[in-house]
Design a protein around this ligand. Structure first.
Ligand code: NAD
Length: 267
């Protein structure tokens, strides 16, 4: 394949704009259009290269108007599932960063990708450092019985805990092969202070303006703690992962869930 032609859904959002810019200046990739329900103009200029591409308020019209190789989606869950299905049925590979897709959605995307011989990458976190943290936490889990997760995000985040915190806990439990030990709190004077519990791991969610996304995993044992921390300082941090996914998805068929597989850090 020469240039990989890319379209972005949710292109006027925080992640969509970053993705469009990153694609626009990446060698081997070409941004050929965007869609966003908020679109009020018929074109979008990417500041990174000052180039205009067509902009539509819906993904259906965009797909009808051009022949992309890859759809990148950073919108909202319902729209992402619809755009992913439409793209696959039209023979377009998909990279979905939108969070909140259900297991049933993933199954359907996998089936559609296979039937249409196209690739699908769905990843709730494209920050490579966050994926490495998960991998390291999984390894460390074997050696500690107590661990807690603190995840810190901007105040506009809709869900808590983050999908990454839950995925980290799942990876840690896989590494440990049994539940962690959470010491009981005899008297919780303020409900919820000990965080949410999953198999002995307490997860604490911090929401503050000024933050982007951070996560710390703290392991504890006799006389020692081990802390693993990752900080997303700007949304640019997600872009190397998005670019990797675009370049990889065109070589694959069916669903790849999570960036860890593309980084060879999966099971
Ligand atoms: N995978 C990752 O690494 C990663 C990182 C950060 C955020 N996210 C996820 O990406 C998604 C977008 O995050 P954001 O911060 O850019 O949000 P945002 O609100 O800034 O952007 C979402 C955009 O989608 C558009 N949109 C909504 N409904 C639409 C529809 N039906 N069709 C087309 N466009 C539609 C909105 O108008 C908006 O411009 C969220 O699900 C978020 O959790 C993923």
């Amino acid at each position: 394949m020469s240039q990989i032609k890319v379209i972005v859904n949710g292109v006027l959002g925080r992640m969509g704009q970053q993705a469009a810019n990153a694609v626009a200046v990446e060698a081997g990739l070409e941004l050929i259009g965007g869609a966003d329900i908020k679109a009020t103009r018929d074109h979008l200029v990417t500041p990174a290269n000052n180039k205009a591409v067509p902009l539509y308020p819906d993904i259906d019209s965009l797909i009808e108007s051009c022949r992309p190789d890859v759809l990148v989606d950073f919108s909202v869950a319902e729209a992402a599932v619809a755009s992913a299905k439409l793209a696959l049925k039209n023979g377009i590979h998909i990279v979905v960063g939108t969070t909140g897709l259900s297991d049933a959605d993933l199954k359907e995307i996998d089936e559609l990708a296979k039937v249409n011989s196209k690739g699908a990458v769905v990843a709730a976190n494209f920050a490579i450092g966050a994926i490495v943290l998960m991998y390291l936490a999984k390894i460390a889990s074997k050696y500690f019985d107590n661990a807690e997760i603190i995840e810190l995000h901007h105040d506009k985040k809709l869900d808590a805990p983050s999908g990454t915190a839950l995925a980290t806990a799942r990876a840690m439990l896989k590494g440990k092969e049994r539940p962690f030990i959470c010491p009981p709190t005899e008297k919780e004077t303020l409900k919820g202070t000990r965080g949410g519990q999953t198999e002995g791991i307490s997860i604490h969610s911090v929401r503050l303006p000024g933050l982007v996304a951070s996560q710390e995993v703290i392991f504890g044992a006799l006389g020692q703690t081990l802390s693993l921390r990752h900080d997303t300082i700007s949304r640019e941090s997600f872009m190397p992962g998005v670019i990797l996914a675009i370049k990889e998805v065109v070589k694959r068929q069916g669903l790849v869930y999570g960036l860890d597989t593309l980084l060879n850090l999966g099971d």
